[in-house]
Design a protein around this ligand. Structure first.
Ligand code: NDP
Length: 433
C-alpha cells in the first residue's frame, strides 16, 4: 500500500489473491523466505508514454499510454490492451497482476502483462482510431516483440484496432513478425475462434462447474452483462448449449429479451453500427430497454458478468440470490465486488472467478502464437476443440486445488493457489531476479 498509494483496483486485486494463500504458504515456507510475495506484487517493468494524435478537425489531442510488464517467470509477457477513458496505472496494474495467474492456469508458458490508454474509441471515426493506434504503436513498438511481450485486445481494442496496431508495428520495425500481437484477422495470421474464445471459454467453464454439481445449462435462463467481444460470444455459446441468454448491456443501460437474444441483431447494432444498446430494443419486438439499474435485477439461474470490473455489487448479489441464481461465472476481469463474492459463496452459489473462467481468450492467443511460429493454420474444429480441452483442464486444476487446500468447490481458492504455486516455483528456481 505504501508503494501504490491510491491504486485502489490494484490493491483490491492483490488483497483478493493474498487473502486466499494462507494454506499454501503454510505448506511452502520457502516461498516466503525467497521473498516471492514481495517480488510478485512489484511489476518487473512499466512504461508510461505520451500518445499525441490529430482528430478529424485537425486539433491535436493527447492521451496517456501504459504498458506494464508484470512477470515473465513462465514466458514472455502476455496480456491485452485496453482503450477506455477509465484507464490509469492502477487499472492496468490490477489487470496485469490478474493476468500472471490466469496465464499460469492455461499451462501455455506465458508471463503476465497488460497495457492500454485513456482513449475513448466511442464516437471516433475510423480514421481517428487509426491515427491514434499508429501513434500508440510508434512508442510501444520498442518495448514488445514475439519473444518479449505480446499484446492482444481488451475493452475498446478489437479486430479493427489490432489491425491498425499491427500495420504500424510492421512499418516501424520493417519486418513481418506475426507473433508480436494476437487477435489478428484470420486472413493474416490470426487464429480461428480467437474472437469467440473468451466468451465460449467462460461458458465451457460454467458447463464443467455445473456438471460437477449435477446441473447443466440446457433450459436455463442466463443473464449476460456487456455487449462487446466477451458478452457476445458468451451469449452465442449459451444458446448453442440449449440455454436462453435474455440480457445484454452497455454503459447506457440494458436490454431484456425474454425470447432469447437475437445474436445477428446484437452484432449488427454493436459490432457493425457501433450504436447504443437501446437500438436493439427499438428493432426487436417483444424486447425492452432499461436505462436504470443492472441486468442483475432480472430473475435467472445463471449469471455471466462480461462488461467490466466492479459491475456486480453486494446489493446485486442479494437480488440474484433471492431470485434463485445457481451459478455466477466471470467473463470480465474482477466484475464481482469482494462482498458479493462472499455472499455467493455463503449462499452456496457456484462462483467462477475470471482468472480461471475467462482464461480461454489468452489460451487461444497462445495457440495463435504457436501457429505463427510454426507458420501453420488450424481449422475451426481443431481450434474450438483445443479451447474446450484447455477449459476442461483449467476447471480440473482449479477444482483439484480447492480440494487440496480444504475447501472443495471454492474456485477462488483453487484458482489462486494453483496459479500461485506454478509461478512461485518458477521464480524460486530462477533465483532472486
Ligand atoms: P469490449 O470493449 O468488446 O466490450 C466491453 C463492454 O462492456 C461494452 O458493452 C461496454 O459498453 C461495457 N463497458 C465497458 N466499460 C464499462 C463501464 N465502465 N460501465 C458499463 N459498461 C461498460 O470489451 P471485451 O468484451 O473485450 O471485455 C470485457 C471484459 O472482459 C473486460 O473486463 C475484459 O478485461 C475482460 N476480458 C476480455 C478478454 C478478451 O479476449 N477480449 C479476455 C479476458 C477478459 P460501452 O460500449 O458502453 O462502453
Amino acid at each position: 500500500e505504501r508503494r501504490s498509494p491510491g491504486e485502489s483496483e490494484f490493491l483490491q486485486a492483490v488483497r483478493e489473491v493474498l487473502e486466499t494463500l494462507e494454506p499454501v504458504l503454510a505448506e511452502h515456507p520457502e516461498f516466503i523466505e525467497a521473498g516471492i510475495l514481495d517480488r510478485l506484487v512489484e511489476p518487473e517493468r512499466q512504461f508510461v508514454f505520451r500518445v499525441p494524435w490529430t482528430d478529424d478537425q485537425n486539433r491535436v489531442r493527447v492521451n496517456r499510454g501504459i504498458r506494464v510488464q508484470f512477470n515473465s517467470a513462465l514466458g514472455p509477457y502476455k496480456g491485452g490492451l485496453r482503450f477506455h477513458p477509465s484507464v490509469n496505472l492502477s487499472v492496468i496494474k490490477f489487470l496485469g497482476f490478474e493476468q500472471i495467474f490466469k496465464n499460469a492456469l492455461t499451462s501455455q508458458r506465458i508471463g503476465g502483462g497488460k497495457g492500454g490508454a485513456d482513449f475513448d474509441p466511442n464516437g471516433k471515426s475510423d480514421a481517428e482510431v487509426m491515427r491514434f493506434c499508429q501513434s500508440f504503436m510508434t512508442e510501444l513498438a520498442h518495448h514488445i516483440g514475439e519473444h518479449t511481450d505480446i499484446p492482444a485486445g481488451d475493452i475498446g481494442v478489437g479486430g479493427r484496432e489490432i489491425g491498425y496496431l499491427f500495420g504500424q508495428y510492421r512499418r516501424i520495425m520493417q519486418r513481418y513478425e506475426a507473433g508480436v500481437l494476437t487477435g489478428k484477422g484470420v486472413g493474416w495470421g490470426g487464429a480461428e475462434v480467437r474472437t469467440e474464445a473468451t466468451g465460449y471459454g467462460a461458458v465451457f467453464f460454467a458447463e464443467e462447474m455445473l456438471a460437477r454439481a449435477g446441473q447443466g445449462i440446457e433450459g436455463r435462463r442466463a443473464l449476460v452483462s456487456g455487449s462487446g467481444n466477451v458478452a457476445t460470444y458468451a451469449i452465442e455459446k449459451v444458446q448453442q448449449l440449449g440455454g436462453k441468454a435474455i440480457t445484454a448491456s452497455d454503459s447506457s443501460g440494458y436490454i431484456v429479451d425474454e425470447a432469447g437474444i437475437d445474436l445477428d441483431l446484437l452484432k449488427q447494432v454493436k459490432d457493425v453500427e457501433r450504436a447504443r444498446i437501446s437500438e436493439y430494443a427499438q428493432r426487436r419486438p417483444g424486447s425492452h430497454f432499461v436505462a436504470d439499474g443492472t441486468v442483475w435485477d432480472v430473475p435467472a439461474e445463471l449469471a455471466f458478468p462480461c462488461a467490466t470490473q466492479n459491475e456486480l455489487s453486494g446489493a446485486n448479489a442479494r437480488t440474484l440470490i433471492a431470485n434463485g441464481v445457481r451459478a455466477v461465472t466471470e467473463g470480465a476481469n474482477m466484475p464481482t465486488m469482494p462482498d458479493a463474492v462472499e455472499l455467493f459463496q455463503d449462499a452456496g452459489v457456484l462462483f467462477a472467478p475470471g482468472k480461471a473462467a475467462n482464461a480461454g481468450g489468452v489460451a487461444t492467443s497462445a495457440l495463435e502464437m504457436s501457429q505463427n511460429a510454426a507458420r501453420s493454420r488450424w481449422d475451426r474444429d481443431k481450434s474450438e476443440s483445443r479451447l474446450h480441452g484447455i477449459m476442461r483442464d483449467v476447471h480440473e486444476t482449479t477444482f483439484a486445488a480447492s480440494e487440496r487446500y480444504g475447501k472443495p468447490g471454492d474456485y477462488v481458492l483453487g484458482a489462486n493457489s494453483a496459479a500461485f504455486v506454478t509461478v512461485a516455483q518458477a521464480m524460486l528456481a530462477q533465483g532472486v531476479i
